[in-house]
Design a protein around this ligand. Structure first.
Ligand SMILES: Cc1cc2nc3c(=O)[nH]c(=O)nc-3n(C[C@H](O)[C@H](O)[C@H](O)COP(=O)(O)O)c2cc1C
Length: 121
């Protein structure tokens, strides 16, 4: 399973590096790249305009058919808006919401997320 993510200030990138899994960082330069293998998105939480490159990626070619789940990083100080980006992606593309964590995630978050990914097969 590949991990596809974006990161504005580096927190999500740190989380993904701790997973030690094959990963792809989405930026403005590669948002329309095609993928041909199953992947999970890890999304930080920002206003829609800032995270739309993830929608661009998912909607490119047949990329949506390979999307197996979504996880999100955020900040609980945002209360009801905690991790809304990942929640919206999971709902909009009809895939499981695997895990929500704060910033770069704890050791527990890393372990829990990896277990959820393994369960996807
Ligand atoms: C301008 C701004 C808006 C944010 N809005 C939210 C939010 O609505 N909900 C949330 O859970 N986190 C929010 N965050 C927190 C980030 O999503 C969180 O720090 C995340 O770990 C950042 O990931 P990154 O460093 O990979 O970009 C916001 C952060 C900033 C700077």
């Amino acid at each position: 399973m590949k991990i596809v993510y974006m990161s504005m200030t580096g927190q999500t990138r740190k989380f993904v590096k701790k997973l030690g899994m094959d990963s792809l960082e989405i930026t403005l330069d590669n948002a329309f790249q095609e993928i041909y293998e199953p992947y999970v998105i890890v999304a930080p939480t920002y206003e829609k305009e800032a995270t739309s490159i993830l929608n661009d990626f998912i909607e490119t070619g047949h990329n949506q058919s390979y999307l197996k789940g979504v996880a999100g990083g955020g900040n609980r100080n945002f209360n009801t808006l905690f991790c809304f980006t990942a929640k919206d992606l999971a709902q909009d593309y009809h895939v499981p919401l695997l895990h929500l964590f704060e910033f770069q995630g704890s050791d527990y978050d890393v372990k829990f997320f990896k277990e959820k990914v393994n369960e996807l097969g």
